[in-house]
Design a protein around this ligand. Structure first.
Ligand code: MGD
Ligand code: MGD
Ligand code: MO
Length: 672
C-alpha cells in the first residue's frame, strides 16, 4: 500500500485579469485536485472565479501539450510527430540562424501577448533573444494601448481608486467595463455602496449584470463614448458645476478642453449616442452633485476609432467635476504601473530600432510581402488566429508554405494547428511566477505547486536556451529563475516596499497608506505633477486632434458588432473547455426585421469574412448592436470562424490600438 500525500499550497493567479487572486491549491500525489481562493490578496477574500477553479481541466485535459512536436500534416490540420526538446530547439535554432542570414533579422517576428501576465515569463529572456537577433519588434496593441496612452498623458499613470474604497462611494459609474465577469472582486464593494444608498450608473451598449442593478443604464451606441463624455464636460462648465479651483491648481488645458467640448450639446450627443438628451443631462447632474463619485473605466470603450479620445475625455471628468481628494472619489483604470518594474532593465536589454509591427495588422504583414518579408513567426503567450482582428488574413498568413511558424503554448490552440514546431509550456502552477494585479493592489511571488506536466518548460528557460544556442548570450546576463527574479525586483523603484511586503506577508500590498487617495497621497506622474487635460503629445497623435470625433469611412453594413468578455474564458484561454456552440445576441427589433427567431441559424458577414452560428434574440443588446463574445475557439461556431473574422484591422486614434468593437456587419437567417 503506498502512502498518499495531500498538501495545500499557496499560489497566485497571473492570468490576464485585474484581480490577481491569491490561491490555495490542494495537491494530492503530485496532482492538483482543487483550486480555491485565499485571503493573502485582500480583495480575493477567499473566493475565485469558476474558470480558475476548473483549471485542472487545462492542466490535464486532452488538449494539453506534453512534448515538443514537428508538423507532419498540412498547415491547419494539427497532425504532429513527437520530437525531443533537443531536436525541436536544434531545428528552431537552425531556422532562426538561416532566416537571419538570408533575409536579415527583421524577417523574424516574435508574436506574444497576454497569456502569461507574469513578470518572469514575459519580457525577460524572450526579449533578450529577439532583440539581439535584430528581429522585428512587436507593438503590443491588441489591448490597453488607447487607455494606456490616455492615462499616461493625462495623469502619468497615477494610482487609481482601490476596489475596497468603492464601498464608501455615493456614486459609482461603471463605464465600458463588466466586472461581473472581468474582475469579479469589485462587485461586492459596488453592492455594499448600493446598500448604503450609493447610486450606480452603467454605460454600456449591453445590459450587463450590473446594468440590471443600476439606477441608470445608458445603453449608448458602441464607439460614441467620446460624444457622451464631452457633452457631460460641456454641461458641467455651462452650469457652473466645473471645479474651477481644482482646475486652476492641479491641471493644465482646462480652457482648451472646454472649447473642444463646446460643440457637444445634449442634443448633438443624443443624436450620436442614441441616448435621450434628458438621460444625459440627468447623468451630468448626478455626477456634479454626488460625492464621493468614482468612475470605473474599462476597456470596452477604447476598442474603436475614437477610443483613445473617449478614454481621455472620461478620465478628464473627475478633474472637471472635482471629484478627487477624498476616499472613494476619482477614477480607476489600470493599476499595473504602480509596481514600477522596468522590464528593459530587468532583461538587461534595451529595445533595438528595428522594424515595428503593429500586432493588429499581423494578418496584413504576413500576406502583403513587406521588405523583408516575415519568414519566421514565433508565437508564445498568445493565440493570434483567435484573438487578432482580420482573422482570415491571419489564417492566410499562417497557411503560407514559406513561413516557418513556432507555437509555444500549454494547449493545442487553433493557432498551434498551423505550427511547424510546437513547444509545450509550463503553467504558473508548474514554475515560479511573479504576478501583479492591474486592478487589485497586489504582487505575489509564488513557487511551483507541482512538477511540470509532461515535458513542459517555463518560457524564460526555453528562451535562455535559445539565446545560448543562437550565440547571443553574454556573460553576466541574468538567466536563472533566481537571477531574473532578482533583476525584476532591482529594476523597480518600489523594490524595498515589494521586498518588505513579500518577506512579511508573502504578498506586496498597496503602494501608499492603507489604499491611495487620488490627489491626497497619489499624484499625477506627469513632469509638473499636474493633470494635463489636453496633452500636446496626444493632440499630435490623434488623426483629428485629441477629442476630434472621427466618422466614416461610410459603412455599408448596418449592425455594429461588439465582442465582450465572458465568464467562460480569459481572452481565448480555457476555450478548449467550452465545447458548446455559442450564439450571437441580437435585439428583437433587428431580428424581426430580418425574419430571425430565437435559435435560428444565422450568417454574420461583412467584407472581411463570415461567421455561421445560432441567434439568441434578446433585449439585452441595444437595437442596432449584435454581440458575439471574444475568445471563442473554432469549435464554438458552425463555420469555425469567430467575431475576429469580422473585426477590422483599422486602428484607434491613440496608441495604434485595436478596433474590435468597431465592426459593422449584416446578419441574415440561413434557410434550413
Ligand atoms: N474580437 C475580439 N478579440 C479580442 C478582444 C476583443 O475584445 N474582441 N480583446 C483583446 C484582448 S483585450 C486581449 S488582452 C487579447 C488577448 O489575446 P491573447 O494574447 O492571444 O490571449 P489568449 O487568448 O488568452 O491566449 C494566450 C495563450 O497563451 C498561452 N499561455 C499562457 N501562459 C503561458 C506561458 O507561460 N507560456 C506560454 N508559452 N504560453 C502561455 C495560453 O495557453 C493561451 O493559449 O485578445 C484580444 N482579442
Ligand atoms: N472572465 C474574463 N475576465 C477577463 C477577460 C476575459 O476574457 N474573461 N479579459 C481580461 C482582459 S484581457 C481585459 S482587457 C479585461 C477587460 O475588461 P472589461 O473592459 O470589463 O471587458 P470587456 O468585456 O472587453 O468590455 C466591457 C464592456 O464594454 C462594453 N462595450 C463594448 N463596446 C463599448 C463601447 O463602445 N462603449 C462602452 N461604453 N462600452 C462598450 C461591452 O458590452 C462590455 O460589457 O478583462 C480581463 N478579465
Ligand atoms: Mo485585454
Amino acid at each position: 500500500m503506498s502512502a498518499t500525500t495531500t498538501t495545500t499550497v499557496k499560489s497566485g493567479c497571473p492570468l490576464d485579469c485585474p484581480d490577481a487572486c491569491s490561491l490555495s491549491v490542494t495537491v494530492k500525489d503530485g496532482r492538483v485536485i482543487t483550486i480555491d481562493g485565499s485571503h493573502s490578496n485582500t480583495v480575493t477574500r477567499g473566493y475565485i472565479c469558476a474558470k480558475v477553479r476548473g483549471y485542472a481541466g487545462h492542466l490535464y485535459g486532452p488538449e494539453r501539450l506534453l512534448y515538443p512536436a514537428v508538423r507532419r500534416g498540412l498547415k491547419g490540420e494539427g497532425r504532429f510527430e513527437r520530437a525531443t526538446w533537443d531536436e525541436a530547439l536544434s531545428l528552431i535554432t537552425d531556422r532562426l540562424r538561416a532566416t537571419r542570414r538570408e533575409w536579415g533579422g527583421e524577417a523574424i517576428l516574435p508574436l506574444s501577448y497576454g497569456g502569461s501576465n507574469g513578470y518572469l515569463s514575459q519580457d525577460t529572456t524572450d526579449a533578450r533573444l529577439f532583440h539581439r537577433l535584430g528581429a522585428s519588434r512587436l507593438l503590443r496593441t491588441v489591448c490597453a494601448m488607447p487607455t494606456g496612452r490616455a492615462a499616461e498623458a493625462l495623469y502619468g499613470k497615477m494610482a487609481g481608486v482601490a476596489y475596497p474604497d468603492y464601498a464608501v462611494a455615493r456614486l459609482i459609474v461603471v463605464w465600458g467595463a463588466n466586472p461581473s465577469v472581468g474582475g469579479i472582486h469589485l462587485v461586492p464593494y459596488i453592492q455594499e455602496a448600493q446598500k448604503n444608498g450609493g447610486r450606480l450608473v452603467v454605460i454600456d451598449p449591453r445590459r450587463t449584470p450590473l446594468a440590471r442593478r443600476a439606477d441608470s443604464h445608458l445603453a449608448l451606441r458602441p464607439g460614441t463614448d467620446l460624444g457622451l463624455a464631452l457633452a457631460v464636460i460641456r454641461w458641467l462648465f455651462a452650469n457652473d458645476k466645473a471645479d474651477t479651483r481644482f482646475l486652476a491648481r492641479h491641471t493644465t488645458g482646462g480652457d482648451e478642453l472646454r472649447r473642444r467640448a463646446e460643440p457637444w450639446t445634449l442634443e448633438r450627443a443624443a443624436e450620436v449616442t442614441g441616448l435621450r438628451a434628458g438621460d444625459i443631462e440627468s447623468f451630468a447632474r448626478l455626477y456634479a452633485g454626488t460625492r464621493p463619485a468614482v468612475i470605473r473605466c474599462g476597456w470596452g470603450l477604447e476598442r474603436n476609432r475614437n477610443g483613445g479620445s473617449a478614454v481621455a475625455a472620461v478620465l478628464a471628468l473627475p478633474a472637471v467635476a472635482g471629484t478627487f481628494g477624498e476616499r472613494g472619489g476619482g477614477y480607476t483604470l489600470s493599476n499595473s504601473a504602480v509596481w514600477d518594474v522596468n522590464t528593459e532593465l530587468a532583461a538587461a536589454e534595451p529595445e533595438p530600432a528595428t522594424r515595428a509591427v503593429n500586432m493588429n495588422q499581423v494578418g496584413a504583414v504576413l500576406t502583403d510581402s513587406p521588405q523583408p518579408p516575415v519568414k519566421l513567426l514565433f508565437v508564445y503567450d498568445c493565440n493570434p488566429l483567435m484573438t487578432l482582428p482580420a482573422q482570415e488574413r491571419v489564417r492566410a498568413g499562417l497557411q503560407r508554405e514559406d513561413l516557418f511558424t513556432v507555437v509555444f503554448d500549454q494547449v493545442l490552440t487553433d493557432t498551434a494547428r498551423y505550427a511547424d514546431v510546437v513547444l509545450p509550456a509550463a503553467t504558473f502552477l508548474e514554475r515560479r511566477e511573479i504576478a501583479r494585479g492591474y486592478g487589485a493592489y497586489v504582487l505575489q511571488d509564488r513557487a511551483a505547486v507541482i512538477a511540470p506536466v509532461g515535458e513542459s518548460r517555463a518560457n524564460h528557460e526555453v528562451f535562455a536556451e535559445l539565446c545560448a544556442r543562437t550565440g547571443v548570450s553574454r556573460p553576466g546576463d541574468p538567466t536563472t529563475t533566481e537571477e531574473l527574479a532578482e533583476a525584476i525586483y532591482r529594476s523597480s523603484a518600489r523594490r524595498d516596499a515589494i521586498r518588505d511586503g513579500l518577506a512579511e506577508r508573502g504578498v506586496a500590498l498597496p503602494p501608499a497608506g492603507p489604499t491611495p487617495v487620488q490627489f491626497v497621497d497619489a499624484f499625477p506622474g506627469t513632469s509638473d505633477g499636474k493633470a494635463h487635460l489636453v496633452p500636446a503629445e496626444l493632440d499630435r497623435e490623434a488623426p483629428q486632434g485629441l477629442y476630434g470625433f472621427r466618422t466614416g469611412p461610410e459603412e455599408s453594413f448596418p449592425l455594429a458588432l461588439i465582442s465582450p468578455s465572458t465568464d467562460k474564458t480569459i481572452s481565448s484561454t480555457l476555450g478548449q473547455l467550452r465545447r458548446q456552440h455559442v450564439p450571437v445576441e441580437i435585439h428583437p427589433d433587428d431580428a424581426a426585421a430580418r425574419g430571425i427567431s430565437d435559435g435560428d441559424r444565422v450568417r454574420l458577414h461583412n467584407s472581411l469574412g463570415e461567421v455561421r452560428c445560432r441567434a439568441r434574440v434578446t433585449p439585452d443588446v441595444r437595437p442596432g448592436v449584435v454581440s458575439l463574445p471574444k475568445g471563442l475557439w473554432s469549435h464554438n461556431t458552425e463555420s469555425g470562424t469567430t467575431a475576429n473574422a469580422l473585426c477590422p484591422d483599422s486602428l484607434a486614434d491613440l496608441g495604434g490600438g485595436a478596433c474590435f468593437n468597431d465592426a459593422r456587419i449584416e446578419v441574415e437567417r440561413i434557410s434550413r
